[in-house]
Write a protein that binds this ligand. Structure first.
Ligand SMILES: Nc1ncnc2c1ncn2[C@@H]1O[C@H](COP(=O)(O)OP(=O)(O)OP(=O)(O)O)[C@@H](O)[C@H]1O
Ligand SMILES: [Mg+2]
Length: 721
């Protein structure tokens, strides 16, 4: 990327008062913002922070996640001669033509020398120098910094994620402690400390540790209005993996981060999601560096959409369109949770924070925290103190999950903000579906009580009907049935599909027989259609399928086709045309019903592509050419298109393959409930109905076809490569 020419207003080195005034003026700074970043105006407290540091004052800036803290040091770097010292995101700046460099002990000697040569030169071109706190602590680096400082070239020190300096923070990093040396070595350089998570105690600690002098303290509300907060209860779910998988699919091919506590769970969950047609990969410290970089690159460039990671993932990553951040295990503190969930929706568009809460997870975390204070280096008092502190932090998180009040209010109050629940405007599950949340919590309490008693505990941790203890459960069951028929589910919801979703959520419902389940679905579907009709009448169709959604579905199908093509020995298929054809089928089938059903159909097709045989694939795509004349004709079994070429030449095995593959395909509703398709006249993909699916499961039992195993092995292998 070419360097962008500097705006002429850029030099105020002389310290001339008029020049300084012009430099700090809003107009000049907005000009810089527009020139270099293309944004029309500053957000929140950005301008105040920039003006403070440009005038030489220390500043402590607390802004919400995604609030635009980086701009607070990027603009000063462009406005003033000299170098701004910070910590990470260099590539993005370089792409904007801004001279930024990153120095750390991990870069090559050549690259290091180049940067040092520039810094030693009379007129360094580097405007922003990103360094790690570890580097500052090294003996060789401080003298270099001092040299730059002595030449009057160091104009600002910015400490991003400043909460890491405080052992009271959720993410204390000992290396940050070294940053306290900066003030004594470089006394006149203003310091800008930035963070999105600082409880009052941490704030005080940051100011003291960095020796900020009379800092301007800027504090914005931590509220993230574009995030919808939701908690689901693992103990009430049949299968949390399936629930997550269906949720992701129902949202379309959206970008997501899923946080897990352990590496092994990242791998396992990622494999499960991949098998279900979700473009996803695991990311954690157990992978080698090459693999981690490759996952990160693919995610940043949208080649994969979902990363299943440990909390190590996320620092300095600026992908703006993350639509869901899911915590698959309860985080250890509200601060960490806020920071991680805040990685969603940095484009300010609607997004979701979804937390899966499980009593076992809670116990595990409590165990970890209770024992984590026992480091050798700590005295027993500080051990005790830190363990107490960890437990107190964690309790806030447990209350967030187990409380019935507004989730947003709870988050903000934990940061000392006083808010009313009306601020939420129904953008958390507790405000949007209070009855459902209350009922879930009641069920959860019963579940915990039963587990504590030690009897029938398995009913909540297994879907096996063997584990049902009739007497103890009858009360439970009855309540479940009431819940099923309740109008509250519907009246709370502004989307008919939520009804279907809610049916999938409770473990109670999993105990209901297939017929009842289908009857429930029918009722839910009826409600869905009724709501749809009402929506149409009021001319507000929230469920409409936009062109952008269709395009993203086409892209998703194309990716799935590509993977299938590789799996099937480079089967000759026209990727783009085939993707359009398959998307068009989904659209035709569900354009009237709405986006959720449409998305589910796309997801089903993706799953079908993940397991289907060459012959079946070609048969299906063969309909492409015939589709115009065949729309009204019933599905022809084993139709082979004129141009169908099976590279594998294994036509003889195709029936078996397709039978097995089809048994895995289940059209799903918004969060995965199966949908009956008989009411739609358009020609359907070769996907079984729910009845067929259930029957085939019954007859086939647990037998897994070798072919399917092989294909998933190949898929896994491909992912690893
Ligand atoms: N004035 C602005 N107008 C529009 N977009 C902006 C503005 N300032 C920053 N942004 C954009 O907002 C996004 C988030 O910015 P940034 O990464 O600096 O947030 P942050 O506060 O550091 O968040 P985090 O706490 O998650 O690190 C970036 O894509 C950035 O380009
Ligand atoms: Mg940041």
């Amino acid at each position: 990327m070419q360097r962008k020419a500097a705006l002429p207003l850029r030099d105020a080195k002389s310290g001339n008062a008029n020049k300084m005034k012009a430099l700090c003026g809003k107009e000049a700074l907005v000009k810089l913002l527009r020139w270099h970043f293309g944004y029309p105006d500053f957000r929140g407290k950005q301008l105040d922070a920039i003006q403070a540091v440009l005038s030489g004052r220390d500043c402590f800036c607390l802004m919400p996640t995604g609030g635009g803290k980086s701009m607070c040091y990027q603009i000063p770097a462009l406005a003033k001669t000299g170098i701004v010292l910070v910590e990470n995101q260099v590539m993005a700046l370089k792409e904007k033509g801004i001279d930024a460099e990153f120095l750390s002990s991990t870069i090559s000697t050549d690259a290091k020398n180049k940067i040092h040569d520039d810094l030693d030169s009379g007129k360094p071109s580097t405007r922003l120098l990103y360094v790690t706190p570890e580097l500052i602590a090294t003996a060789g680096f401080m003298p270099k910094l001092k040299k730059i400082y002595a030449r009057g070239l160091l104009s600002l020190i910015a400490i991003d994620e400043a909460h890491c300096i405080s052992s009271w923070g959720h993410d204390f990093r000992p290396s940050y402690r070294q940053l306290s040396l900066l003030r004594s070595h470089l006394p006149d350089v203003p310091i800008l400390a930035l963070t999105a998570t600082a409880a009052p105690k941490v704030q005080k600690d940051v100011v003291q540790s960095l020796h900020l002098q009379n800092p301007l303290i800027l504090k914005s509300s931590f509220n993230r209005p574009n995030i919808y907060y939701e908690v689901r209860y693992k103990d009430l779910l049949d299968d949390a993996y399936a629930d997550l998988s269906n949720t992701l699919k129902s949202k379309g091919d959206v970008c997501a981060i899923v946080y897990c506590l352990e590496r092994s769970m990242c791998d396992e969950l990622s494999a499960h999601l991949s098998q279900n047609g979700i473009s996803c990969a695991a990311y954690h410290a157990g992978l080698n560096k090459k693999m981690r970089t490759s996952v990160l690159d693919e995610w940043i460039s949208s080649k994969i959409q979902v990363v299943v990671a440990t909390v190590a993932f996320g620092y300095g990553i600026d992908r703006k369109d993350v639509r869901i951040v899911c915590h698959f295990n309860i985080p250890k503190s509200m601060e960490g949770f806020y920071q991680e969930s805040g990685r969603a929706g940095r484009d300010q568009l609607p997004c979701t924070s979804l937390l899966y809460y499980g009593v076992d997870d809670r116990k595990r975390m409590e165990f970890i925290l209770r024992n984590s204070g026992s480091k050798k280096s700590q005295s027993s008092t500080s051990q005790e103190e830190s363990s107490k502190k960890s437990m107190a932090d964690f309790t806030q998180m447990v209350e967030y999950c187990e409380g019935s009040g507004c989730r947003r209010k709870r988050i903000l109050e934990s940061f000392g903000e006083k808010v009313t629940a009306s601020l939420c405007e129904k953008t958390c599950d507790a405000c949007r579906h209070p009855n459902l949340v209350a009922r879930n919590l009641e069920d959860l309490t019963t579940a915990i009580a039963l587990r504590q008693k030690g009897s029938s505990s398995r009913i909540f941790i297994t879907s096996s009907s063997d584990a049902i203890n009739g007497e103890q459960l009858s009360e439970f069951w009855n309540r479940g049935d009431e819940a099923i028929g309740s109008d509250d589910d519907i009246s709370d919801s502004d989307d008919g599909n939520e009804v279907v979703n809610n049916l999938t959520k409770s473990k109670l419902h999993s105990k209901v027989g297939v017929n009842e389940k289908l009857a429930m679905l029918e009722r839910a579907e009826e409600n869905f259609y009724r709501n749809e009709k009402a929506k149409k009448q009021s001319k507000v169709d929230k469920n409409a399928i936009s062109d952008a959604m269709r395009e993203s579905s086409r892209q998703r199908l194309q990716n799935a086709l590509k993977q299938a093509q590789q799996r099937l020995d480079n089967l000759k298929i026209e990727l783009e045309t085939s993707a359009s054809f398959l998307e068009d089928e989904c659209y035709k089938k569900y354009s009237k019903t709405g986006k959720s059903f449409y998305y589910s159909q796309v997801a089903s097709t993706v799953r079908w592509l993940a397991t289907t045989s060459s012959v079946d694939m070609l048969n299906r795509l063969g309909a492409m050419k015939e589709s115009t004349s065949m729309d009204a004709v019933p599905e022809a079994e084993g139709r082979t298109p004129p141009h169908a070429i099976d590279h594998s030449g294994k036509e003889g095995t195709s029936n078996e393959l397709s039978g097995n593959a089809q048994s895995e395909i289940l059209p799903c509703g918004d969060r995965g409930m199966p949908i009956e398709s008989s009411s739609v006249n358009t020609k359907l993909p070769q996907i079984p109905s729910f009845y067929e699916f259930v029957n085939s499961r019954k007859t086939k039992g647990d037998q897994l076809d070798d072919t399917k195993k092989n294909s998933s092995r190949v898929e896994k292998k491909m992912r690893v490569q």
